[in-house]
Design a protein around this ligand. Structure first.
Ligand code: SOE
Length: 400
């Protein structure tokens, strides 16, 4: 589209997610023909020097040291929330009530109560044509989008098993410093909400089924960590001396789940799938292994983010010569891939954020609500809370 209207973005926060979102706002109009032109209008952060440095590094036109200013400015159309979960509700509700579109990082909030208030504000704003989206970015890796297409086509038949893991290992070193992701007041929970939320959303979205119940176990392997210390990326190494502080969140979460069978299957009367979930930051050697395997009555599929351009597929119709075969998800007919490189060249972690921006901008231009909505993210929040409730109830353990 020639000379599309600008979509002026104000981003709150500029760390890892802020960098990924900035890349997406800059890159999307260069690879996709967007109906609106994203403009990196302003970035907000409390420290004036650091936010100024972030603005020049990430390409933002102006800075604010108070996020309220972004909401007051009439030259900002959309608020992009890239902060820890303890500020999501306050910022999102203020932005929506001011008529600003909102993209909010996951998990939506630090509690169901907050997520419900945010969803109510989003529904009220939607009636005034204001869009809201939660940043479950993995939906937009081409292979997981292809997985959803295959499930929706009926190719897998009745889904019986969901097997989901999100394995990282950046906390295996007990001297890794105490950072905000380990502080319940800031992050709401540990691996459960940070990476467990991703596999809960992905499993529900790809299968089209919602989780109705869980049985769970949470563990904190390292109870206290060095305070401060150089925080390099997600891991880093704090000093072995010096003061230590308490870890107030889970290091690992495992749970089983029942699904509702989905809207489609409800008519067919088939039972919902059963699932096994694992989220941990102590899977030594696994760096960012976000995995999903579905076993259906006609076919199975398996995805591992550490091989993110592949989708493994088993089709019972090919028996006795069936086997898990690798689909290289780089064909122009596959989701999003036609906008990038020739077949076989592959995409990376940052492309899902660009695709997230593309779908958000297209929804806003069409006057539609993007997915995942705050209501979708509220469902994830309800699962997170159910896992914590289940894990806290020791009575259900059967001693061996
Ligand atoms: C850390 O676990 C983290 O940065 C998550 O917070 C992100 O959501 C995920 O995409 C990568 O890992």
């Amino acid at each position: 589209m020639t000379n599309p209207k600008p979509l002026r973005v104000g981003m709150v926060g500029y760390a890892f997610m802020g960098a990924a979102h900035s890349h997406a706002w800059r890159t999307a109009p260069r690879f996709f023909d967007l109906p609106l032109a994203p403009q990196l209008a302003a970035v907000a952060g409390r420290d004036p020097e650091r936010v100024a440095a972030a603005a020049s590094k990430l390409g933002w036109e102006s800075t604010e040291t108070d996020w309220h200013r972004l909401i007051e400015r009439d030259d900002i159309d959309l608020i992009d929330i890239c902060t820890p979960g303890d500020t999501h509700a306050e910022i999102a509700i203020a932005a929506l009530e001011a008529g600003k579109h909102v993209l909010c990082e996951k998990p939506l909030a630090n509690s169901v109560a907050e997520a419900e208030r945010m969803t109510a504000a989003a529904d009220a704003a939607a009636a005034r044509g204001v869009a809201s989206m939660c940043g479950f970015s993995y939906r937009r890796t081409p292979a997981l989008s292809l997985a959803k297409r295959l499930v929706d086509s009926g190719a897998l038949g009745t889904i019986r098993h969901v097997r989901a893991q999100y394995l990282q290992d950046w906390l295996t070193d007990e001297n890794a410093p105490l950072t905000w992701r380990l502080d319940k007041a800031k992050s709401g929970s540990g691996s459960l909400g940070d990476i467990g939320a991703h596999i809960i959303d992905a499993a529900q979205w790809v299968t089209g089924q919602s989780i109705t119940g869980v049985s769970a176990l949470l563990e904190t392997f390292v109870k206290e960590r060095p305070v401060g210390g150089d925080f390099v990326g997600l891991g880093g190494h704090g000093g072995t001396e010096g003061p230590k502080g308490p870890v107030t969140v889970d290091d690992a979460a495992i749970f089983s789940a029942r699904f509702d069978g989905g809207a489609r299957a409800a008519g067919a009367g088939s039972a919902g799938a059963i699932g096994v979930f694992e989220a941990t930051r102590f899977a030594l050697g696994r760096k960012n292994a976000m995995r999903l395997e579905l076993n259906g009555s006609k076919a199975s599929l398996a995805f591992d983010f550490e091989d993110m351009n592949s989708l493994w597929y088993y089709d019972a119709a090919e028996e006795p010569n069936a086997g898990f075969r690798r689909i290289q998800v780089t064909e122009p007919q596959h989701p999003y891939t036609g906008h990038w490189w020739p077949v076989g060249h592959g995409l990376g972690y940052e492309h899902a954020f660009t695709h997230q921006v593309v779908d958000l901008v297209e929804a806003i231009a069409a006057g539609k609500q993007p997915a995942p909505s705050f209501a979708d993210a509220l469902q994830v929040q309800r699962v997170l809370e159910a896992v914590e409730t289940s894990a806290a109830d020791e009575s259900r353990w059967t001693k061996v």
